[in-house]
Design a protein around this ligand. Structure first.
Ligand SMILES: Nc1nc2c(ncn2[C@@H]2O[C@H](COP(=O)(O)OP(=O)(O)O)[C@@H](O)[C@H]2O)c(=O)[nH]1
Ligand SMILES: [Mg+2]
Length: 468
């Protein structure tokens, strides 16, 4: 992005800064309660670990009404950090807070990061670290852990690796991790973690990509960054950050819109980068940077019954879309599951003898979940139903899937629950042949001018026999 494309007020700021080699970017929206600590930690990280660099910290805010920007401006300046850490950096850390412009009328985290990329590129930084403004667990070392692999290791994209509470990161656990791993063969455990390191080269690549959408201007940004780095052939690694503690979200209440933005984006990227993943078989680990730590993230509460209710309601409200999106067999299986969710709630809320919800009362098989996601990839590419409509119909199924994972891991620690996420990732890898087969059949159908034939029937397996 040439500097001339930045709004005039920003251009002046950037021209005043001149050049920088290391930048921390912080997107924010109504984070007055937490952003001060994030700014202090990031400043301390820049000063302590990179005292010879020319560092800059940029906050891109949505014009928050709660005084987020004022908190950033009033947070103890870099001088304070120099005093408490007894460090004399070569260059003064510069700090700015701005209201970012929307991208084609759409604002959100992605639009904020686009401005951050533009500034980083104009300043010609070697490395950019982006961190979320609702973090409680960030420490100064995170800046080293996210920038170090770029500056010292020659990597272009650093994904975070943290311990998260077993019910946190449900979009990651159910879709972005297993699908990215099965498609591209890279085991990136947190493809939408929110805290990343990006090289100057990769920032330029991001700014040159022609596939920006309104969903990417919102929460689609993280999966777009990760997938664009992989598909562009950039060197990718992970870095161990310890625990991720941030503002809690209950999937059933808070995550519907985010799920739609993230999953719509991943479906579009799956189509765009088909050549990159069609021939990939199995997966492998990628380099990991940083010291291993054992930390137990604090718990968060999830309303499982509400998740099941929304799944059951989906079986009625969006069944017409399910019929179009899924193969007849997968449609039959998911409809039956939605009914079972209804029955499980009925049992749990019986006035005379309520039964506690548990995994024996409701179980969503891994293989079926993987196939439903693969069917969505196909349906999105076929096109009669819009991406938005397809993904909206997937939201209640995601709620059912999350409910099932919660019921299965209820008695387990967050560490132990990880085995279930791995089991599911393997189901995606094993099921990839099904996706490739359907994708390729559709390709042949297209080139013959025929409508692709319906998918093979009756092949979804369940992980265990069910009580009916
Ligand atoms: N600039 C900007 N930042 C946003 C917006 N929405 C969310 N963010 C920031 O994006 C980051 C991640 O948001 P959060 O709600 O914590 O999402 P999650 O942790 O990924 O579930 C935080 O730093 C938010 O302040 C927005 O509309 N504009
Ligand atoms: Mg958060």
């Amino acid at each position: 992005m040439p500097i001339s494309t930045l709004p005039p007020a920003l251009r002046t700021e950037v021209e005043r800064l001149g050049k920088a080699d290391l930048m921390v970017g912080i997107p924010s929206f109504k984070n007055a309660a937490t952003i001060g600590y994030v700014v202090r930690a990031a400043q301390a990280g820049l000063v302590q670990y990179f005292p010879d660099s020319r560092p800059v910290l940029v906050n891109a805010d949505a014009g928050s009404p709660d005084g987020t920007q004022r908190v950033v401006v009033e947070t103890e300046p870099p001088d304070y950090i120099e005093q408490i850490l007894l460090i004399r950096p070569k260059n003064k850390l510069q700090r700015i807070s701005l209201t970012y412009p929307e991208v084609e009328g759409v604002g959100g985290k992605g639009a904020a990061l686009r401005t951050i990329f533009g500034i980083a590129d104009a300043l010609k930084v070697q490395a950019l670290v982006v961190v979320d403004s609702d973090l409680r667990s960030i420490v100064p070392e995170w800046i080293e852990l996210l920038a170090g692999p770029i500056i010292k290791g020659g990597f272009d994209f650093v994904a975070p690796l943290y311990s998260r509470y077993k019910y946190d990161g449900t979009i990651t656990n159910t879709v972005t991790y297993p699908l990215t791993r099965a498609l591209y063969g890279l085991r990136i455990r947190q493809p939408i973690g929110g805290d990343f390191g990006v090289s100057g080269d990769l920032i330029r690549h991001y700014l040159e990509q022609p596939d920006w959408t309104p969903d990417i201007s919102k929460f689609g940004i993280d999966i777009w960054m990760t997938t664009s780095a992989i598909a562009g052939g950039f060197a990718v690694c992970q870095t161990r950050l310890g625990a991720k503690v941030h503002d809690p979200k209950d999937p059933g209440a808070d995550l519907g819109p985010m799920f739609s933005q993230v999953v719509s984006t991943i479906l579009r990227l799956t189509e765009r980068h088909a050549k990159r993943w069609l021939d990939v078989q199995s997966s492998h680990d990628i380099p990991v940077y940083g010291f291993e730590r054992v930390i137990d993230p604090p718990p968060l509460t999830v309303d499982t019954q509400r998740l099941l209710e929304q799944f059951a309601a989906g079986g009625i409200n969006v069944d017409a879309v399910w019929q179009q999106a899924f193969t007849p067999e997968n449609h039959r299986l998911v409809s039956r599951l939605a009914q079972e969710a209804e029955e499980a709630i009925g049992q749990a809320t019986r006035a005379d003898k309520p039964v506690q919800l548990d995994a024996s009362g409701f179980h969503f098989p891994d293989e079926l979940w993987a196939r439903l996601i693969f069917d969505m990839c196909i349906a999105n590419r076929e096109g009669p139903v819009s991406t938005e409509k397809l993904v909206a119909s997937l939201v209640p199924i995601y709620f059912g899937r999350v409910a099932s994972l919660i019921l299965e891991t209820r008695e387990l620690t967050s560490d132990q629950a990880e085995a279930f996420v791995e089991r599911q990732a393997k189901a995606f890898e094993l099921g990839k042949g099904y996706l490739v087969e359907r994708w390729t059949e559709a390709e042949v159908g297209r080139s013959n001018g025929r409508t692709p034939k319906p998918a093979p029937r009756g092949r979804a397996r369940t992980t265990r026999s069910r009580k009916t």
